[in-house]
Design a protein around this ligand. Sequence first.
Ligand code: SAM
Length: 465
Amino acid sequence: MLTKTDISQLKFNVDELKNLIQNQNEIKKVVFILENLGKLPKNFNYDFLLELLSNKNEKIRYLAIKNIAKLENLELLNTLYNIAKVDESTNVRREAVSAIGRMRHKLIIKKLVDFLNDNDPKVIMQAIRGLLTFKDEIYVKENLKKLFNHPNEMIQQVLNKEFNEKEVNKSKYSHIESPDYMKNAVVLGDVLETLKYVQDDSIHLTFTSPPYYNARDYSIYQSYQEYLDFLEKVFKEVHRITKEGRFFILNTSPVIVQRMSRSHSSKRYPIPYDIHPLLIKMGWEFIDDIIWVKPEASVKNRNAGFLQHRKPLAYKPNPCSESIMVYRKKTDKLLDWNMKQYPEEIIEKSKIKGNYETSNIWKIDPTFDKTHSAVFPIELCNRVIKFYSFIGDLVFDPFGGSGTFGESALKSNRYFFLTEKDKFYFERIKEKLSNDFLFIDKKNKFIDLDEFKKLFHEELNDTNK
Ligand SMILES: C[S@@+](CC[C@H](N)C(=O)[O-])C[C@H]1O[C@@H](n2cnc3c(N)ncnc32)[C@H](O)[C@@H]1O
């Protein structure tokens, strides 16, 4: 049996290697040899690799090209170009374009530009990769810029990163800082009105559970479309005020609107699924779907009818889960960039120590509040805060409710910012948070929209000084 060590020696005796491959009728073995050739010696006789380019097996052609690429031999430019043009396998074509890119010689430019019109976005991506070595050449730049409106999102993202990386830091604050007037503020007012007085790039994290469509008395809208339009406006604003590359976490679930009478049926609205495309369109990048699972005994039983008659089609599972949808403000920067903005000491203090939930199923009991009918369990907020923010960050809940997220923020050494339009719930937040002064530098403030506006203008004047 041939071992990896045998192969590493065989490459210095190409005739033997060639014989071995030619007399081999088991594809698996040829693949094994080609996969383990490793670095090729200088003056390696690659003829047998060229012969393999017309092999019937796609994997063998692909591996032959992978080995040819290691030679970075300009004499093979036309051969690779032809393969990249005509091979029936996209994997092989892509590898051939990548091999051309590795030559890093000006002669490859025209050939690679030719592939920018390919039908396969992966081939185009390889051509772009090769061309980026020469991105300062006008001819290359002009051709790459023609792809700015390419329908493929990965291509757009790569080009945007390369050519549009201007610093758009509208706020006077660095990534880790946030405006003082917003810190530990609860504003009594409509969220859209309130956010008119918040500058771009102000907050680090948003976690919210929006009013449910017609499910509770505080959420009466004329139509489902009107409800979605409202949320779209709010989440666009959240996007605007969120700092680069930071997170937005949305808790929703489908809601049921009860039937009018026994001769009508009830209707279930798939809120998470309808909001998702809107979020993507406005510039949030989907990151994760976490499922919050509650004990079955704690949710409404929908089984009464089915339990009796057991007839198909009428099955109604008890809804024990809610979606926790995780999004990030779209950016070309990696998460590493966000982390690097913080001093080592803050990173260290923010680390999640000990056991933590490793799966996307979060089993958490629901909480019942004396005044509010749909509150977050504090445990849910605690997890979101510790996984998605750093100590000292400013975290936001546009639909503050009873203020659970604010409470969790205080306990985790983050600043909070909440908006709530209902006076009754606003008072509940006040009651809940008034005693918490962990952040001695920022007293909690419970203010109305006019007071918030005033603070905003003071902040602006301060900024313009
Ligand atoms: C599902 S509850 C949030 C509960 C909250 N997560 C908690 O733990 O208590 C939604 C809240 O949004 C508030 N709300 C609805 N429309 C609003 C708006 N336009 N501006 C601000 N708050 C609003 C409602 O009054 C309600 O308290």
